[in-house]
Ligand binder design. Structure first.
Ligand SMILES: Cc1ncc(COP(=O)(O)O)c(C=O)c1O
Length: 313
């Protein structure tokens, strides 16, 4: 049996408060309770040349767009609220949202490939499609699979990224993120934090440069919104915005709204789901048909287990 009872920390007051207020600080002044949803794809233009210059600047730097919005593939005010809130929860400078978790990972790989850094060191297991994206050659990525202890030795001059999922899908294996970050040296470490959420684990505080979520899971929380997001420093965020602008994997503003709303209840949901999952893990471990139960030390809603016998028995 390999599970510890949930030791999920109760969210600090700061985290629970951020979950409700981050990205919505201006609402009181606007006289609103819920965040407005801006569905505009394009906006009135009063200064065509000035606007063209702003678009050019955005395309070449990815810097935050000051002033009124221009076009929805650059940014969107509703989605920006979700990005601000998620960055606050993960303890990073910035966050950049995408149409899905896979679009988010694709953008990270493209940022690094654009610098000639196509080699990735990755720790298995990863979510199946992430594994496929890295391994299948679709983006010209070359991957070295290793375990956490082998990361330092696997890094080459053209390594652009080290990637780990913790807890991992589907085995729920966990990595020592701080130790991994140390092994990475100057190579960015990306931690897929989908299963833990910032309620249970904030990888940036342990040295990860990039924190990725399939927002489709717990951030949304209700099975009705697809999205992805990368929380990181502003320098990497700017590069991600450039890729998002050029390749178009934007999050729809309605999804941005739903994800922002999902964050409000994230700490409460994650704690409740962790308690249920830990109880399930305990019960499974007492079942004589169950060989092993895996439950992450950080807690969370996922439990995996192995049974005796074969599929047929
Ligand atoms: C851990 C993890 N990362 C990434 C993804 C991909 O996210 P999406 O389905 O939002 O593209 C998934 C999807 O199940 C996942 O479980």
């Amino acid at each position: 049996m390999e599970f510890a009872p949930s030791n999920a920390p109760a969210p600090t007051r700061a985290l629970a408060t951020e979950a409700v207020h981050a990205g919505r600080e201006d609402l009181v002044q606007l006289g609103l309770h819920a965040a407005p949803i801006d569905l505009s794809t394009t906006y009135p233009s009063y200064d065509v040349e000035g606007e063209a210059a702003r678009i050019d600047a955005f395309a070449s730097t990815g810097g935050r767009l000051d002033g009124p919005p221009v076009y929805a593939r650059l940014d969107n005010p509703t989605t920006a609220r979700f990005e601000t809130a998620l960055a606050r929860l993960e303890g990073t400078e910035s966050a950049v949202a995408f149409a899905s978790g896979m679009a988010a990972l694709t953008a990270v790989l493209l940022v690094r490939a654009s610098m000639g850094l196509r080699h990735v060191v990755a720790v298995r297991p990863l979510y199946g499609c992430s594994d496929h994206l890295l391994d299948g050659g679709l983006l010209g990525t070359e991957v070295t699979w290793t375990d956490p202890a082998g990361v330092a030795a696997a890094i080459r001059p053209d390594t652009g990224l080290v990637m780990v999922e913790s807890p991992a899908n589907p085995t729920l294996s966990e990595a020592d993120i701080a130790a991994l970050a140390h092994s990475c040296g100057s190579v960015p470490l990306l931690v897929d934090n989908t299963f833990a959420t910032p309620v249970l684990q904030r990888p940036a505080e342990q040295g990860a440069r990039l924190v990725l979520h399939s927002a489709t899971k717990y951030l949304g929380g209700h099975g009705d919104v697809m999205g992805g997001v990368v929380a990181c420093d502003e320098e990497f965020a700017a590069a991600l915005r450039q890729v998002r602008f050029a390749t178009g994997g934007v999050l729809h503003p309605m999804a941005g709204y739903l994800l922002l709303r999902g964050l409000s209840t994230l700490p409460v949901r994650v704690r409740a789901a962790s308690a249920t999952a830990a109880d399930l893990a305990r019960r499974l471990s007492a079942d004589p048909r169950v060989a092993r139960v895996h439950y992450p030390s950080v807690g969370g809603a996922m439990v995996s287990f192995e049974v005796y016998g074969t599929r047929a028995t």
